[in-house]
Write a new protein. Structure first.
Length: 99
């Protein structure tokens, strides 16, 4: 199990929700969420969505940081990821911007 799986399990446990309810809360199909709990990591846009909805940071979720709670540095980090994703979309001529 990697850091992402461990920390995702911790968030589920702390939420008091069952796995299916938690998956719905963060906007992920329960079957996909089950894979994340086992051994897979999400794409960056999904990682960001999970972090935002759980008031944590993407870097904490994947084990790059021990700073867990969202704050001003988190907002800067999220904006950075969104800018990167939007630039990639722009370069790939994808019309759907990331919000």
């Amino acid at each position: 199990m990697n850091k992402f799986n461990e920390r995702l399990r911790l968030l589920v446990e702390e939420s008091g929700l069952n796995k299916c309810e938690f998956a719905k809360r963060v906007g992920i199909p329960p079957s996909t969420f089950a894979y994340y709990l086992k051994d897979r990591e999400p794409k960056y846009d999904i990682l960001i969505d999970i972090a935002v909805k759980c008031n944590t940071t993407p870097n904490w979720l994947i084990g790059f940081s021990e700073e867990r709670n969202g704050n001003d540095s988190f907002n800067k980090e999220i904006n950075h990821y969104r800018n990167v994703l939007n630039k990639i979309s722009e370069l790939a001529n994808i019309s759907k911007p990331f919000k």
